[in-house]
Write a protein that binds this ligand. Sequence first.
Ligand SMILES: [Zn+2]
Length: 476
Amino acid sequence: MRRATTKAPRAAVRAWEDDPKSGGKPIKRTGPQLGTAPLALAITGPAVPAKLYAPGTRGFRYWAAAEALRRAADFWGALLPRGTSWQPGRTLRVTLDAGVDLNAYYDRRGLSFFHDTVGKTTVYSGESPDVVCHELGHAVLDALRPELWDAMSVEVAAFHESFGDISALLAGLQLPSLRRAVLAETGARIGRSSRLSRLAEQLGWALRQILPGSAEPDCLRNAVNPFFYRAPETLPPSGPSSSLTAEPHSFSRVFTGGWFEALAGMLASRASAPTEADLLQVSLDAGRLLVDAIPAAPIVADYYSQVAAHLIESDAVLFRGRYRDALKSALVRRGILSLQTASVVTAPGTTARARRTRTAPAGGGETQTRRLSLSADEFGLEGRALVVEAPGEVRRFEVASAAEDLGSRTAPAPEHEARRFVEYLFRRGRVDLGAHGRAETRVAHPFARKTHALVAQAEDLSLVRRTFDCGFDPTS
Ligand SMILES: [Zn+2]
């Protein structure tokens, strides 16, 4: 007889459900195993033994982060196509405290979190599950649709931010205690503002102390918000959190708001008095819709409307249209899809082009973004060409977002959209110029946080992304 192998029970740890400042109390969870595939993770530095640490200690922060990382990675790992792996490789490395800053980012090497002291409070961005699951969301989306990384488009960049927030919301809903809390707080109408919809309360608080208006009054961003779609080119490049701007984190709130309203509608369409089990099921279905829709949605300047149309199509394929009305209603109410084009997605006789597949050959025509050569003169880098990726994939659905007055918006050409986003990055000091350009002509912005960098390519320069960060611009 073979001897049964007995595994020692794993030790319990304490963790936050969503954020240190959400009003929740620490909960007990089984110590997570970070290295589990798929989507293996590793925290850099010495391991901390699993046990019940008191809040405020390094041990508590370590396990609060580990629990959130594993929870979000387990959620997405169960949904992603088999064989999907992190862009940086098999294991995603996480640095819990990379120094003094109020920031967090994903940079294709791993996730980095920081600490800073505001007044008498030291805020560790890696202690907040909302922040951790947002950053992990960037890494998940990069694994699912790596072509988004360098596409020069406000809506593409903003969708990456929205997906980060959606990752935090869906990872939160995997906790039974948070499902019960949100159903109780909202009277089972989860479209109301709640602990769930308010994201990164503590980081939002810290940012407000430094720059009033830089975060929402009670959190960093709230998935319950009133923003209606506006063409990004009509919006200013920066502004207070109360207004919508073309800055990607600000503009992400349009998609997140519409998506969250759809989630609430999906729940309401299941039951008039939804239970915790209904809420769990809706969170899983919503995750499946995203994972199915995103690889098929072409990267274009008006990317929101393409993702929206594909969510509706995915619902028809996966759930026989069970959530069609919830999705269409929310997406039209937010202007993400225009009234006119929302009707065509699942109309009888609608023909869409073939779906993109993950095995499409590299360089295979219509699944590629378009390389575009701009003159670098206007950015103070004379005599060089600046090579960027324009959002120029071929549309599958002829849909559009809403125009401000009537009907549908006309999407800008890929070249025009890329040109505008490049200008935005240079204007706001998001580009690390390195040693390129003459000191007399270039505008270097030494104190602004960099998300992109210039890379020399023979005679030319290419503009590539370095990071997605959590959105606070210290120079604004
Ligand atoms: Zn982000």
